[in-house]
Design a binder for this molecule. Structure first.
Ligand SMILES: Cc1cc2nc3c(=O)[nH]c(=O)nc-3n(C[C@H](O)[C@H](O)[C@H](O)COP(=O)(O)O)c2cc1C
Length: 185
């Protein structure tokens, strides 16, 4: 895998999920080109808007990526609305969107003990509904993410290296399954 796109960290400045995304970007950058799309800039989904520039940029970024890494907190037992909004924009046309066949890996975080595992299952269900390829790996969850974040820096090496191992496996798997439109899935 040469290009990885990160989607999902929360928008607040002191975000632990964003800190984790930055730490993973730093750790994985020698091996792959990693970019993050700022989903907070997207308008609310409205089919009447057509394809606003920010949406076109999101779709192009997903299209250009060999894989998508979701790093998202859990909100009310599911994924945050801002992430669902981004997914909804990129999900059209149904079953034939840029997500079709796209290798995806999900990492969830939470301030509490559950690590966002419920959001994780919701997100995988949504990705399956778009015919994305969801990496079949053990759950990558990050409990107590705020306690692991110090002044905007994700500081828990055990978590970073656990996810690094998973991401290396994801990259190998994504290379095998590919991402080309029209491939059997
Ligand atoms: C609207 C909202 C809903 C939340 N719901 C959950 C939840 O269902 N489960 C959970 O473990 N934490 C929940 N939390 C706590 C978040 O896990 C915690 O605020 C976390 O730090 C958010 O990620 P961030 O640091 O990247 O902003 C919620 C937080 C907010 C703001």
């Amino acid at each position: 895998m040469s290009k990885l796109l990160i989607l999902g960290p929360s928008l607040r400045e002191a975000s632990s999920s964003a800190a984790l995304a930055r730490a993973l970007t730093k750790r994985m950058s020698p091996k792959m080109a990693i970019s993050t799309f700022e989903i907070g800039q997207l308008p609310h989904y409205n089919a009447d808007l057509g394809k606003p520039d920010a949406v076109a940029e999101l779709i192009a970024a997903i299209d250009a990526a060999d894989g998508v890494l979701f790093v998202t907190p859990e909100y009310n037992y599911s994924i945050p609305g801002v992430l669902k909004n981004a997914i909804d924009w990129a999900s059209r046309p149904a079953y034939a969107s840029v997500f079709r066949g796209k290798p995806c890996f999900v990492v969830t975080t939470s301030g509490g003990a559950m690590g966002g595992v419920r959001a994780q299952s919701h997100l995988k269900y949504i990705l399956n509904g778009m015919l994305a390829r969801v990496f079949p790996w053990q759950e990558a969850i990050v409990p107590f993410a705020n306690k692991k974040t110090e002044e905007g820096r994700f500081a828990d090496e055990e978590t970073i290296s656990f996810i690094e191992t998973a991401l290396n496996a994801f990259a190998d798997w994504a290379r095998l399954v590919g991402t080309k439109e029209g491939q059997e899935i």
